[in-house]
Structures are given as structure tokens and as C-alpha cells.
Design a protein around this ligand. Sequence first.
Ligand SMILES: [Fe+2]
Length: 287
Amino acid sequence: MSDARYAWTRTKNAVTPVRTMTGQPEPSDRRRTSPDPHRAQDFIVDVRAQLRRQGFAWVEGHRVARYVDLSGMAALIAATSTAPMDPYDPTRTRRRFHGRFVFEPGAGLLHHRGPVAYHQDRRYNPVDGGGSRWLPPLPAALACNPTLQSMIRLDWWCLPAPFRRSVAPMPVDVGVHLIAYSPTVTAPSRPSPAVLHKDGEPFTCVHHLGSRNVSGGESQVADNSKVMLFEQPLSARLETLLFEDERVYHGLKPVYAEGVGPASRVVTLVDFTPFFQPHARARPRWP
Ligand SMILES: [Fe+2]
């Protein structure tokens, strides 16, 4: 993988210098981030190596849990499980909050942006893309949730160093989707789109928070020829999948209700997009 693909520039009035990305010391973005990236060094190195080698990384939940503040986990799951229905889901089996943050890597600060429309190009999502989707906004109280915030920061540190270094001088757009798939006996719950696809955001991290009375729901990752590389449900708490959008497709198979009682599968998606357009994005490398 060439580091040059992480060189960014402004789309107008090109004034942003391209940073060098050849083993230079990390910029000052180590200062205020939590968890401490030094403490999580082995974990982070492993995730980055997986990302570099195969375009995605899978991590066991107990390993992620070591570096996430778990004090807000119960509140996060409870709030997501009772979130409003996704208005774009005709089956009424998908609950959802959508939030966006501005992340300042240098200062390690996360700023919640309040209600923001979700944009997805139609080429990425032929079902619901091509316009603005107004999804139930992430409540301010949840935006401050310590579990959510520590997941975002950990995810950031797991991204490839060349990408982070190229982005670090500028703020980063962080998208958060809290989703509860709530199938019924007669209606499985599906993502949007319910096929292998790309999202258009450079990196996305999927954290499984909890499931009860469900089956199916296998997470999928395929290479750019759509040859399947990974297909299994995330089942342990905080079991995590990270992927680089340009290098792989991803998907989720339908989630089915099973057994007695309410069925749900709760996940958090965290994506990172620089506010400045990368050169590489103008030349997509997938078919
Ligand atoms: Fe997606």
C-alpha cells in the first residue's frame, strides 16, 4: 500500500501542503486521547497489521474491552434498544440513532455536531442513497457517553498511521450509527443496503454491543472481486470489525428472531472521513 494515497489537499484554493509520511514521529495527537495508545500498543499494532494485510481487521470482544470505558455500556445499549425506528426501513424492524462529531486529532477533542443529515451516494447505496437521509439524531446525553467516546478514540488509534498523519492537521468528520436490529417472528431485520456494498467513508468500525434471541446476522467482508473473506456473526460484546472501504466490500445478512421474548442485536458503527478530499478518492480502484 502506498502512503501517497493518503495525501490530502483542498478541493479549492490548494493551500494545504501534503505532509510527509515516511516514518516521521507522530504529530502531537498523542496528548489528550484516551485510551492511552501506549498502553494499547500491542492491540493497536495487531489491528493495523490486519488492516494493512487484508483491508479489514477482526478483533475479539475481550481484547477491545480492555481499552474501552465500560461505565456507559448499559446506558448505551438501553438507549439504542429503545431508539426510534429508522424511517427508511419499511419493515419497521431497525431502530437507529445517527450522530456526527468533529474530531480534532491534535487536541484529542470530540465535538458533537447536533442533527446532521446523512448523505450517501447512490452508487454506494442504490436503495436509500442519492439524497439526504434525516435519521433520528443522537441525543446529546448519548454523545457524551463514556463508552461511545472511548470507542471512537480507540478506533482512531487503530487506523493506519499514514492515514492518521495525513489527516491529523485537520479536523475529521466522525459518523456514529447506533443501530438495534429488532426482528420479529414474521419479519427479519436487514441493513441498508442489504447487499455487499461500500459506504464511501474511508474507514468504518463495527462494534457489537449485545444480542438476544436472534440468529443469522453474519457480518461479511469481501474483496473487490466480491470473493468472501470473512462471514460470521459478531456475537461477543465489543467484538469488532474494522475495514478500509476502498479495499473491501462489506455487508450484513438478515437478522432473525429466535426463541421467546424480544429479539435485538445492537451495534455501533463509527466511520472516519477527512473534511478534505483525498487525491485517491477521485480515482476509485474498485470496479
Ligand atoms: Fe455499509
